[in-house]
Design a binder for this molecule. Sequence first.
Ligand code: SAH
Length: 290
Amino acid sequence: MEPPHESAAGGRKRRRRGGDRNRWKPSSSSQQEPPPAAAPAPLSSPPAKRRRKDGTGQAAAAPKRGNTSSLLEKMRARLSGGHFRMLNEKLYTCSGQDAFDYFKNDPTLFDVYHTGYREQMSHWPEQPVNVIINWLKRHNASWTVADFGCAVAKNVENKVFSIDLVSDDPSVIACDMAHTPLESSSVDVAIFCLSLMGTNYPNYLEEANRVLNPSGWLVIAEVRSRLDPNNGGADPEKFSKAIIQLGFSLVSKDEKNKMFILFYFKKKEKSKVAKSIDWPQLKPCLYKRR
Ligand code: SAH
Protein backbone atom coordinates (compact mmCIF):
# COMPACT_ATOMS: atom_id res chain seq x y z
CA MET A 1 0.00 0.00 0.00
CA GLU A 2 1.39 3.37 -0.76
CA PRO A 3 -0.16 6.74 -1.20
CA PRO A 4 1.20 8.01 -4.48
CA HIS A 5 2.26 11.64 -4.26
CA GLU A 6 3.32 12.53 -7.72
CA SER A 7 4.76 15.68 -9.11
CA ALA A 8 4.69 16.89 -12.65
CA ALA A 9 7.25 15.49 -15.01
CA GLY A 10 6.93 18.59 -17.12
CA GLY A 11 8.32 19.11 -20.57
CA ARG A 12 8.49 15.46 -21.43
CA LYS A 13 8.52 14.40 -25.03
CA ARG A 14 5.14 13.12 -26.03
CA ARG A 15 4.84 10.15 -28.28
CA ARG A 16 3.13 10.54 -31.56
CA ARG A 17 2.39 8.48 -34.58
CA GLY A 18 5.09 9.50 -36.99
CA GLY A 19 6.18 12.23 -34.61
CA ASP A 20 5.43 13.78 -31.31
CA ARG A 21 2.06 13.19 -29.79
CA ASN A 22 0.42 14.87 -26.90
CA ARG A 23 -3.14 13.76 -27.15
CA TRP A 24 -6.44 15.34 -26.31
CA LYS A 25 -7.87 17.23 -23.42
CA PRO A 26 -11.51 17.05 -22.52
CA SER A 27 -13.21 19.77 -20.57
CA SER A 28 -16.54 19.52 -18.93
CA SER A 29 -19.67 20.75 -20.60
CA SER A 30 -20.37 22.66 -17.44
CA GLN A 31 -17.63 22.82 -14.87
CA GLN A 32 -13.96 23.56 -15.24
CA GLU A 33 -13.42 24.98 -18.62
CA PRO A 34 -9.86 25.28 -19.66
CA PRO A 35 -9.45 27.42 -22.72
CA PRO A 36 -11.21 25.57 -25.50
CA ALA A 37 -10.53 25.57 -29.18
CA ALA A 38 -12.05 28.56 -30.92
CA ALA A 39 -15.43 28.32 -32.59
CA PRO A 40 -15.57 27.86 -36.35
CA ALA A 41 -15.82 31.12 -38.25
CA PRO A 42 -19.19 31.88 -39.84
CA LEU A 43 -17.82 31.66 -43.35
CA SER A 44 -21.10 32.52 -45.00
CA SER A 45 -21.08 36.11 -43.78
CA PRO A 46 -18.48 38.43 -45.26
CA PRO A 47 -16.54 40.69 -42.92
CA ALA A 48 -18.11 44.10 -42.38
CA LYS A 49 -16.64 46.84 -44.53
CA ARG A 50 -14.08 48.89 -42.73
CA ARG A 51 -14.64 52.63 -42.39
CA ARG A 52 -11.91 55.11 -42.98
CA LYS A 53 -10.74 57.03 -39.98
CA ASP A 54 -11.63 60.26 -41.73
CA GLY A 55 -15.25 59.17 -41.71
CA THR A 56 -15.70 59.30 -45.48
CA GLY A 57 -17.18 55.84 -45.45
CA GLN A 58 -14.88 54.66 -48.21
CA ALA A 59 -13.45 51.21 -47.87
CA ALA A 60 -10.06 51.15 -46.20
CA ALA A 61 -7.05 49.89 -48.10
CA ALA A 62 -6.93 46.13 -48.51
CA PRO A 63 -5.12 44.33 -45.67
CA LYS A 64 -1.46 43.63 -46.27
CA ARG A 65 -0.44 40.17 -47.41
CA GLY A 66 0.84 39.22 -43.92
CA ASN A 67 -2.50 40.11 -42.37
CA THR A 68 -4.35 38.00 -44.90
CA SER A 69 -2.31 34.91 -44.20
CA SER A 70 -2.65 35.31 -40.43
CA LEU A 71 -6.41 35.70 -40.90
CA LEU A 72 -6.42 32.50 -42.94
CA GLU A 73 -4.42 30.78 -40.21
CA LYS A 74 -6.96 31.88 -37.63
CA MET A 75 -9.85 30.66 -39.74
CA ARG A 76 -8.15 27.31 -40.27
CA ALA A 77 -7.54 26.98 -36.53
CA ARG A 78 -11.19 27.74 -35.85
CA LEU A 79 -12.38 25.18 -38.33
CA SER A 80 -10.10 22.47 -36.97
CA GLY A 81 -11.15 23.41 -33.42
CA GLY A 82 -14.76 22.84 -34.46
CA HIS A 83 -13.86 19.56 -36.08
CA PHE A 84 -12.02 18.44 -32.95
CA ARG A 85 -15.03 19.25 -30.76
CA MET A 86 -17.25 17.23 -33.05
CA LEU A 87 -14.93 14.21 -32.88
CA ASN A 88 -14.53 14.57 -29.13
CA GLU A 89 -18.28 14.55 -28.67
CA LYS A 90 -18.57 11.54 -30.93
CA LEU A 91 -16.07 9.58 -28.79
CA TYR A 92 -17.94 10.39 -25.60
CA THR A 93 -21.33 9.47 -26.93
CA CYS A 94 -20.76 6.24 -28.80
CA SER A 95 -19.56 2.76 -27.93
CA GLY A 96 -15.94 1.72 -28.32
CA GLN A 97 -16.84 -0.45 -31.30
CA ASP A 98 -18.57 2.46 -33.05
CA ALA A 99 -15.56 4.68 -32.37
CA PHE A 100 -13.26 2.02 -33.80
CA ASP A 101 -15.36 1.65 -36.95
CA TYR A 102 -15.62 5.41 -37.32
CA PHE A 103 -11.87 5.98 -37.34
CA LYS A 104 -11.24 2.88 -39.40
CA ASN A 105 -13.38 4.43 -42.08
CA ASP A 106 -11.28 7.60 -42.08
CA PRO A 107 -8.06 7.32 -40.05
CA THR A 108 -7.07 10.90 -40.95
CA LEU A 109 -9.73 12.05 -38.47
CA PHE A 110 -7.64 10.55 -35.72
CA ASP A 111 -4.90 13.12 -36.37
CA VAL A 112 -7.47 15.91 -36.41
CA TYR A 113 -8.67 14.67 -33.04
CA HIS A 114 -5.20 14.47 -31.53
CA THR A 115 -4.16 17.86 -32.85
CA GLY A 116 -7.16 19.36 -31.05
CA TYR A 117 -6.45 17.24 -28.00
CA ARG A 118 -2.86 18.51 -27.82
CA GLU A 119 -4.08 22.07 -28.07
CA GLN A 120 -6.53 21.52 -25.23
CA MET A 121 -4.03 19.72 -23.03
CA SER A 122 -1.51 22.50 -23.46
CA HIS A 123 -3.74 24.62 -21.20
CA TRP A 124 -3.77 22.13 -18.34
CA PRO A 125 -1.42 23.06 -15.52
CA GLU A 126 -0.56 19.40 -15.03
CA GLN A 127 -0.84 16.47 -17.45
CA PRO A 128 -2.16 13.30 -15.84
CA VAL A 129 -0.02 11.18 -18.10
CA ASN A 130 3.10 12.72 -16.55
CA VAL A 131 1.89 11.85 -13.09
CA ILE A 132 1.37 8.26 -14.20
CA ILE A 133 4.77 8.10 -15.90
CA ASN A 134 6.42 9.30 -12.69
CA TRP A 135 4.48 6.76 -10.69
CA LEU A 136 5.64 3.98 -13.02
CA LYS A 137 9.24 5.18 -12.86
CA ARG A 138 9.17 5.02 -9.09
CA HIS A 139 8.04 1.42 -9.26
CA ASN A 140 9.21 -1.66 -11.07
CA ALA A 141 10.67 -1.33 -14.57
CA SER A 142 10.10 -5.05 -15.06
CA TRP A 143 6.35 -4.68 -14.77
CA THR A 144 4.47 -5.25 -18.01
CA VAL A 145 2.00 -2.48 -18.78
CA ALA A 146 -1.19 -2.35 -20.81
CA ASP A 147 -1.80 1.27 -21.72
CA PHE A 148 -5.42 1.65 -22.78
CA GLY A 149 -5.58 4.81 -24.92
CA CYS A 150 -1.84 4.96 -25.21
CA ALA A 151 0.46 7.62 -23.85
CA VAL A 152 3.29 6.29 -21.73
CA ALA A 153 5.32 3.83 -23.84
CA LYS A 154 8.11 6.11 -25.05
CA ASN A 155 8.75 7.47 -21.58
CA VAL A 156 9.25 4.40 -19.44
CA GLU A 157 11.55 1.39 -19.47
CA ASN A 158 8.71 -1.04 -18.95
CA LYS A 159 7.41 -3.29 -21.64
CA VAL A 160 4.21 -1.58 -22.72
CA PHE A 161 1.31 -2.79 -24.82
CA SER A 162 -0.12 0.42 -26.23
CA ILE A 163 -3.72 0.15 -27.29
CA ASP A 164 -5.58 2.71 -29.33
CA LEU A 165 -8.29 3.11 -31.94
CA VAL A 166 -5.84 3.80 -34.78
CA SER A 167 -2.23 2.84 -35.26
CA ASP A 168 0.36 3.98 -37.74
CA ASP A 169 3.08 2.85 -35.39
CA PRO A 170 3.87 -0.87 -35.21
CA SER A 171 4.14 -0.65 -31.43
CA VAL A 172 0.51 0.44 -31.09
CA ILE A 173 -2.24 -2.17 -31.20
CA ALA A 174 -5.27 -0.81 -33.02
CA CYS A 175 -8.46 -2.20 -31.56
CA ASP A 176 -11.47 -1.34 -29.48
CA MET A 177 -10.09 -1.56 -25.97
CA ALA A 178 -13.08 -3.61 -24.85
CA HIS A 179 -11.54 -6.48 -26.85
CA THR A 180 -7.76 -6.54 -26.92
CA PRO A 181 -5.63 -9.37 -28.26
CA LEU A 182 -3.70 -9.52 -24.96
CA GLU A 183 -3.47 -12.79 -23.08
CA SER A 184 -5.46 -13.21 -19.89
CA SER A 185 -3.47 -12.53 -16.70
CA SER A 186 -0.50 -11.21 -18.67
CA VAL A 187 0.17 -7.67 -17.42
CA ASP A 188 1.09 -6.08 -14.10
CA VAL A 189 -0.35 -2.62 -14.70
CA ALA A 190 -3.36 -1.41 -16.67
CA ILE A 191 -3.55 2.31 -17.35
CA PHE A 192 -6.51 4.39 -18.44
CA CYS A 193 -5.40 7.98 -18.76
CA LEU A 194 -8.44 10.05 -19.77
CA SER A 195 -9.53 7.20 -21.98
CA LEU A 196 -12.75 5.87 -20.43
CA MET A 197 -14.61 7.68 -23.16
CA GLY A 198 -17.08 5.22 -24.67
CA THR A 199 -20.60 4.75 -23.38
CA ASN A 200 -19.65 1.14 -22.62
CA TYR A 201 -16.62 2.07 -20.50
CA PRO A 202 -17.35 -0.74 -17.96
CA ASN A 203 -16.41 -3.21 -20.73
CA TYR A 204 -12.96 -1.57 -20.92
CA LEU A 205 -12.45 -2.12 -17.20
CA GLU A 206 -13.68 -5.70 -17.49
CA GLU A 207 -11.08 -6.21 -20.22
CA ALA A 208 -8.39 -4.72 -17.97
CA ASN A 209 -9.48 -7.10 -15.25
CA ARG A 210 -9.11 -10.00 -17.65
CA VAL A 211 -5.58 -9.11 -18.78
CA LEU A 212 -4.27 -8.13 -15.33
CA ASN A 213 -2.35 -10.53 -13.15
CA PRO A 214 -3.61 -11.11 -9.62
CA SER A 215 -2.38 -8.19 -7.49
CA GLY A 216 -1.89 -6.13 -10.66
CA TRP A 217 -2.41 -2.38 -10.63
CA LEU A 218 -5.26 -0.55 -12.27
CA VAL A 219 -4.44 3.15 -12.62
CA ILE A 220 -7.17 5.49 -13.81
CA ALA A 221 -6.99 9.21 -14.48
CA GLU A 222 -10.28 10.85 -15.32
CA VAL A 223 -11.46 14.38 -15.88
CA ARG A 224 -12.62 15.80 -12.58
CA SER A 225 -15.90 17.13 -13.90
CA ARG A 226 -16.95 13.68 -15.12
CA LEU A 227 -16.88 12.63 -11.48
CA ASP A 228 -18.44 15.69 -9.92
CA PRO A 229 -21.96 14.89 -8.71
CA ASN A 230 -22.62 18.59 -8.04
CA ASN A 231 -22.43 19.23 -11.75
CA GLY A 232 -24.15 16.26 -13.28
CA GLY A 233 -21.08 14.04 -13.06
CA ALA A 234 -20.90 10.62 -11.49
CA ASP A 235 -20.33 10.07 -7.79
CA PRO A 236 -16.66 9.09 -7.45
CA GLU A 237 -17.55 6.82 -4.54
CA LYS A 238 -19.99 4.95 -6.73
CA PHE A 239 -17.37 4.71 -9.46
CA SER A 240 -14.83 3.25 -7.01
CA LYS A 241 -17.42 0.92 -5.55
CA ALA A 242 -18.22 -0.51 -8.98
CA ILE A 243 -14.53 -1.21 -9.61
CA ILE A 244 -14.21 -2.80 -6.16
CA GLN A 245 -17.13 -5.04 -7.11
CA LEU A 246 -15.19 -6.00 -10.21
CA GLY A 247 -12.57 -7.51 -7.90
CA PHE A 248 -10.24 -4.66 -6.95
CA SER A 249 -9.35 -2.79 -3.82
CA LEU A 250 -8.86 0.95 -3.84
CA VAL A 251 -5.34 1.69 -2.66
CA SER A 252 -5.39 5.44 -3.01
CA LYS A 253 -7.08 8.35 -4.68
CA ASP A 254 -5.29 11.53 -5.67
CA GLU A 255 -7.61 14.51 -5.88
CA LYS A 256 -5.12 17.30 -5.60
CA ASN A 257 -5.08 18.20 -9.27
CA LYS A 258 -7.47 20.80 -10.54
CA MET A 259 -8.42 19.07 -13.75
CA PHE A 260 -8.35 15.35 -13.02
CA ILE A 261 -8.67 12.65 -10.38
CA LEU A 262 -6.38 9.65 -10.15
CA PHE A 263 -7.35 6.28 -8.76
CA TYR A 264 -4.92 3.51 -7.88
CA PHE A 265 -6.60 0.12 -7.55
CA LYS A 266 -5.09 -3.29 -7.03
CA LYS A 267 -6.61 -6.48 -8.31
CA LYS A 268 -7.40 -8.81 -5.46
CA GLU A 269 -5.33 -11.97 -5.25
CA LYS A 270 -8.48 -14.02 -5.53
CA SER A 271 -10.67 -11.57 -7.34
CA LYS A 272 -14.32 -12.35 -7.74
CA VAL A 273 -16.61 -10.31 -9.98
CA ALA A 274 -19.91 -9.35 -8.35
CA LYS A 275 -23.02 -10.70 -10.08
CA SER A 276 -24.41 -7.31 -10.91
CA ILE A 277 -22.45 -4.09 -10.76
CA ASP A 278 -24.13 -0.71 -10.63
CA TRP A 279 -21.85 1.31 -12.91
CA PRO A 280 -22.42 5.06 -12.78
CA GLN A 281 -22.66 6.93 -16.04
CA LEU A 282 -19.66 9.16 -16.60
CA LYS A 283 -20.55 12.58 -17.91
CA PRO A 284 -19.18 13.28 -21.39
CA CYS A 285 -16.65 16.07 -21.50
CA LEU A 286 -17.84 18.38 -24.22
CA TYR A 287 -16.11 21.53 -25.24
CA LYS A 288 -18.00 24.73 -25.47
CA ARG A 289 -17.95 26.78 -28.62
CA ARG A 290 -16.68 30.24 -27.99
N1 SAH B 1 -3.89 8.57 -22.64
C1 SAH B 1 -3.50 9.65 -23.52
C2 SAH B 1 -4.57 9.97 -24.56
C3 SAH B 1 -5.91 10.32 -24.02
S1 SAH B 1 -7.03 10.63 -25.32
C4 SAH B 1 -3.11 10.85 -22.75
O1 SAH B 1 -3.39 10.93 -21.57
O2 SAH B 1 -2.52 11.77 -23.31
C5 SAH B 1 -7.99 9.18 -25.22
C6 SAH B 1 -7.40 8.10 -26.09
O3 SAH B 1 -8.18 6.93 -25.86
C7 SAH B 1 -7.48 8.44 -27.56
O4 SAH B 1 -6.26 8.21 -28.18
C8 SAH B 1 -8.55 7.50 -28.05
O5 SAH B 1 -8.34 7.10 -29.37
C9 SAH B 1 -8.41 6.33 -27.10
N2 SAH B 1 -9.65 5.55 -27.02
C10 SAH B 1 -10.88 5.99 -26.67
N3 SAH B 1 -11.77 4.98 -26.74
C11 SAH B 1 -11.08 3.88 -27.16
C12 SAH B 1 -11.46 2.53 -27.42
N4 SAH B 1 -12.70 2.11 -27.30
N5 SAH B 1 -10.50 1.67 -27.82
C13 SAH B 1 -9.20 2.09 -27.96
N6 SAH B 1 -8.79 3.35 -27.71
C14 SAH B 1 -9.72 4.24 -27.32
